[in-house]
Design a protein around this ligand. Structure first.
Ligand code: MGD
Ligand code: MGD
Ligand code: SF4
Ligand code: MO
Length: 727
């Protein structure tokens, strides 16, 4: 096979400009979706310093430890500096970019020739800029003929996406952060805001209305301890709780009849559905006493501005979509939407999960379009200047179906960009084996040491945060810029540059000529949103975004006219649905519901505890590829895996804090230090997700609508370490 290869100057590509080292630069943090702005000073003795930007509307001079350390983690000995190729003896060896690209194309095309065009797939990330995630999705699906591709946002936000689409007609988180300061009642469901979004928690603290803060979480988290009311419900019983609350609100006429009549559909069926969730049923299923239930209903009723917020305690569930909608419904029936301080608000996880949702081109056609709609395919084809026939007519497989496809031998080649599934995917016990079945695994990451990179046939070194430019979209739909303030190590290239080189090497470079730089790509993305709820056609360029302190979508031409010039009259905070018009054809929001189902893997006599997993500390990020590189962050979090056990459960097991213990599920086992506490409920244990071992235990089950993994419920047992247990 012969493919003419482009000339590669690895030290400099057209996508990357030299660094302007004279001026300080502001860029958006590359960890969580809060989207704080960080100011990077010009390098002194080669080292640039980071401080939170004082006048940025999101974080006004504050950052969490990860933000402060965000450049430090980029300077690490295990950063990839050249492509690596696995040799005959199984070792990863440095190869020049030319060779890496040649092998990439040769092996992927070989797989396609043997097993069909659709036998290669990709996994992308909510941690790279929109311009990159879009180019990856378009290159893979329109250039390389892939039908299946997904992103780590499936692990994280898929449930919120599906819930919003069904309820509102578009994936549209309605809020602005100012709502946290304007509410008099704040309901946080399955969100440990103090740890996972500390700068948003700071905004709760800045709320001048002495709000009631209700935290719905089985664990007594840092956030629950700081709340005015902790609702310590049984894990995965949220739907029953919220249906029970809705029943009380209907029964006492504590609803907003005008709002319901004017702006929703399905209220009669919903009212009938919730009738069976009496306080007795709620108590039996959730453990919440009828007095507390009534108190909650009354607080919601009395609140003038009630906002509901949810995160992974809801999204990562086998019935996540309907649970999220049970929250959305509470906001709808009480008319708490579209006004300051209200909303049914999903808080996003990764810095650019929102960009990935809009522009990833995975199971949604790029720009919030639909693969199965002919008009959408035509529109996208016209804007991209490609033949509509190149666009697949269906969504393709979500993440877990790609994984199952590998197991069946239908998927033989996989390109993993900016995610570390060999640590973060559910049930590693089978996943590692499944990865091992691939004929060709390409991993593109900052570090060559990640669990997934170590399994690769070919590793491509990527430039990361602060080393390249593009845009992120935060939780409140705010677009903002990242910039290149330091050089990437060795021959590492921005993902954008890598995708362009792959396009050339593949032979489809012609299709992507207009994607000549991240900013040119941004212009294409802008056109793709025209006429969509997320229309950003009013955004001229990166400069305008920076001048306005970030821009929330939608931002149409009309919006731009109002704020021409980018003076101080710029709208720092905008929310959706102020006029009560939703994106369904009839303009109404839908009240959607279902019967709750049982925990798929109930604790039983052999595995008597339920395992909850999640974030452990503000200093640890996911699989710790980045945060483990900073001595400051390392000092702020436990190095080794630990398990939190309730004191009453620890007693019969004769467990004390600090003791090593074996945690086993039907699938795997790990050895952890016990932390005896009262912050987990009796019958549950908690292990942070940041440790490689955690997903050895988890049980691969998914929400049937969103396909998001249910990471926070599987059965485990605890036992003492025996002499024969290996380390
Ligand atoms: N420091 C740090 N911050 C992060 C991240 C990180 O890795 N580290 N990751 C970012 C990302 S990508 C995400 S998605 C967010 C996640 O942010 P969060 O969702 O706030 O974090 P988690 O700890 O995963 O889960 C939140 C809570 O859900 C609770 N929970 C478990 N099961 C249930 C249930 O059935 N019902 C209810 N109501 N609650 C339940 C858990 O006890 C936990 O306290 O954080 C973001 N911020
Ligand atoms: N048990 C359990 N498992 C979970 C969860 C849980 O609560 N419990 N939470 C889930 C959630 S919400 C999430 S979001 C996932 C996260 O899961 P992952 O996405 O696997 O986690 P990260 O460690 O953030 O991996 C991102 C990778 O991208 C690399 N990277 C960073 N920037 C760039 C870049 O610019 N370019 C490239 N090419 N690479 C880059 C990093 O080095 C890192 O290896 O984990 C999920 N897994
Ligand atoms: S809160 Fe999130 S966005 Fe802000 S500094 Fe911390 S990690 Fe970065
Ligand atoms: Mo996430």
């Amino acid at each position: 096979m012969t493919t003419a290869l482009p000339q590669v100057d690895a030290s400099r590509t057209p996508a990357e400009s030299p660094i302007d080292s004279r001026a300080a630069a502001d860029l958006i943090c590359g960890f969580c979706a809060t989207g704080c702005s960080l100011s990077v000073t010009p390098p002194v003795d080669g080292i640039a310093h980071v401080t939170p930007t004082l006048d940025y509307p999101v974080n006004t001079g504050a950052a969490c430890p990860k933000g402060w350390e965000s450049l430090a983690v980029m300077r690490a000995a295990d950063r990839g500096t050249t492509p690596l190729l696995r040799d005959n003896r199984g070792r990863l060896r440095p190869v020049p970019w030319q060779e890496a690209l040649r092998i990439f194309v040769k092996r992927m095309k070989e797989v396609q020739r043997r097993h069909g065009t659709e036998s290669i797939a990709f996994l992308g990330s909510g941690q790279i800029v929109s311009e990159e995630i879009a180019l990856l999705g378009c290159l893979a699906k329109f250039g390389m003929g892939m039908r299946h591709g997904d992103s780590n946002t499936r692990q994280c936000m898929a449930t919120a996406v599906a819930a919003y689409k069904e309820s509102f007609g578009f994936d549209a988180p309605p809020y602005t952060y100012e709502d946290l300061e304007e509410s008099d009642v704040i309901v946080l469901v399955g969100s440990n805001l103090c740890v996972a979004h500390p700068i948003l928690w700071r905004r709760v603290l800045a709320n001048p209305h002495s709000p009631q803060v209700i935290v719905v979480d089985p664990r007594t988290t840092e956030t629950a301890m700081a709340a005015t009311e902790h609702v310590a419900l049984a894990p995965k019983s949220d739907m029953v709780l919220f249906y029970g609350l809705a029943r009380l609100l209907f029964e006492n006429d504590w609803i907003d009849g005008d709002f319901i009549r004017a702006h929703t559909s399905g209220v009669d069926a919903y009212r009938q559905h919730v009738a069976k969730f009496t306080p007795d049923v709620v108590h039996r299923e959730t453990g919440i006493a009828s007095e507390q239930l009534l108190r909650l209903a009354r607080i919601i009723h009395r609140g003038r501005r009630v906002s509901f917020w949810w995160t992974m305690g809801v999204n990562q569930s086998y019935q996540g979509v309907r649970t999220a909608q049970s929250i959305i419904n509470l906001a709808l029936i009480t008319g708490n939407l579209g006004r300051p301080g209200t909303g049914a608000n999903s808080i996003t996880g990764q810095c650019n999960a929102m960009g990935s949702r809009l522009f990833g081109n995975t199971t949604n056609l790029i720009g919030g379009h639909d693969f199965s709609v002919t008009a959408d395919r035509r529109k996208v084809a016209r804007i991209l200047g490609i033949d509509a026939g190149r666009i697949p007519r269906d969504a393709g497989w979500p993440y877990h179906e790609i994984v199952e496809g590998i197991l069946r031998g239908d998927i033989r080649g996989l390109w993993v960009v900016g995610t570390n599934p060999a640590h973060s995917w559910i049930n590693q016990n089978t996943f590692r084996d499944i990865l091992g079945r691939l004929d060709f695994l390409v991993v593109q990451d900052l570090y060559r040491s990640t669990e997934t990179a170590r399994a690769a046939h070919l590793y491509l070194p990527a430039a990361g945060w602060g080393e390249k430019e593009g845009t992120f979209i935060n939780s409140e739909r705010r677009l903002a810029c990242v910039r290149r303030v330091v050089r990437s190590p060795g021959e590492a290239l921005s993902d954008f540059a890598i995708f362009r080189l792959v396009a050339e090497a593949w032979g489809c470079g012609e299709l992507f000529r207009s994607w000549s730089s991240p900013e040119a790509a941004f212009g294409i993305l802008r056109e793709l949103t025209r006429g969509q709820p997320c229309d950003i056609t009013g955004i001229r360029d990166y400069r305008m975004i920076a001048q306005l302190g970030g821009i929330q979508w939608p931002f149409t031409h009309d919006d731009a006219r109002h704020y021409a010039g980018g003076q101080s009259s710029a709208p720092h905070h905008r929310r959706l649905f102020g006029d009560g018009t939703f994106y369904h054809r009839d303009g109404r929001a839908q009240l959607l519901f279902a019967d709750p189902t049982l925990l798929p893997e109930q604790p039983n006599t052999t595995f008597p505890y339920l395992l909850l997993t999640g974030r452990g500390s503000a200093a640890q990020w996911h699989t710790q590829t980045r945060t483990s590189k900073s001595p400051v962050l390392r000092a702020l979090a436990p190095r080794d895996v630990y398990v939190e056990v309730h004191a009453d459960d620890a007693k019969p097991l004769r467990l004390v804090s600090g003791q090593e213990v074996i945690v086993e599920s039907p699938r795997g086992r790990l050895r952890a230090r016990a932390v005896v506490t009262r912050s987990v409920p009796r019958g549950s244990v908690f292990i942070p997700m940041h440790y490689e071992q955690t997903n050895q235990l988890t049980h691969a089950h998914f929400d049937p609508i969103s396909h998001q993994p249910s990471y926070k419920d599987c059965a485990v047992r605890l036992r003492h370490v025996e002499p024969w247990d290996e380390r």
